[in-house]
Design a protein around this ligand. Structure first.
Ligand code: GEK
Length: 244
């Protein structure tokens, strides 16, 4: 059972840079659901996308899997496929240990391998569905294109990348409104002004967002010719990229 996220509820002498440690793992399902508008819709839709796009005898990847919510959703979408396996990767040991327990708590014949590694070290091969659900934004910007290129190269024809991110917007008025709506969402989820501001400081220089246009440009450079936003709620959203 996930605990309530109150990590930033008390005034901290020094707000440390955010890290996916044991303390975060314990509250993670509560934290992400109350911080990312649309998170549950995206997770549920990953099962549908998988059902339509996964190819028999291929690999599916969940890169930056945290506790495996997207992995479990992909696995639900694979029920009528044959010979598929899922590779789920996270570089946080605390996340990986807890993810393994989550995945194995549900019985299934579809094999899942959970690896503790940097997603930049993973060779993507024979892939039909690759998920980067709110993970690319934690990579330093210089590493993003080479990861997307290796995903493109490892996808089979017809394979898809699901890329969910927090966005910024070039138009200042739209940017401000969508950021304010996100803050309203967090308040509606019970976060105080102190929690919101300490979490924001903690994510400074850790979570670096791009505009949707920057994502499209990078995806195109990586080789993808078909890139579209399939979901957006305020300043959070998800792009689907299809390999020809
Ligand atoms: C979900 N996808 O529930 N290599 C591997 N893992 C990384 C790296 C890296 N270089 N950088 C960050 N991570 C999940 C949610 S959370 C998003 C993803 C959030 C991992 C990090 O340890 C964390 O578990 C995850 O990426 C990002 O659908 O908390 O906003």
């Amino acid at each position: 059972m996930s605990q309530t996220d109150n990590i930033f509820s008390k005034p901290l002498d020094k707000v440390e840079s955010f890290s996916f440690d044991q303390q975060v793992v314990q509250v993670f399902p509560d934290m992400i659901k109350r911080s990312v508008p649309g998170y549950e819709n995206i997770i549920n839709s990953i099962a549908m996308i998988t059902q339509r796009c996964a190819i028999d005898n291929s690999n599916l990847y969940d890169l930056g899997c945290s506790l495996g919510a997207a992995t479990l959703s992909m696995r639900r979408g694979l029920s009528d496929k044959n010979g598929c396996r899922i590779i789920s990767v996270d570089n946080s040991l605390a996340m990986v240990e807890s993810c393994q327990q989550h995945i194995h708590a549900y019985k299934s014949d579809i094999p899942v391998t959970v690896l503790q590694d940097d997603i930049c070290n993973i060779k993507i091969e024979n892939a039909s569905v690759v998920v980067l659900n709110f993970t690319l934004q934690f990579l330093t910007p210089e590493k993003r294109l080479s990861l997307l290129t290796s995903i493109y190269e490892g996808l089979l024809p017809g394979g898809v990348l699901i890329l969910s991110e927090k966005f910024i917007f070039e138009d200042a008025k739209s940017h401000q409104l969508l950021i304010d709506l996100h803050l309203d969402f967090k308040r509606s989820q019970g976060y105080s002004e102190l929690e919101i501001s300490q979490k924001r400081s903690s994510l400074d220089n850790v979570l670096i967002s791009d505009t949707v246009e920057q994502h499209y440009q990078r995806l195109t450079e990586a080789g993808f010719k078909h890139n579209n936003l399939w979901y957006q709620c305020f300043n959070f959203g998800s792009i689907i990229s299809i390999k020809d």
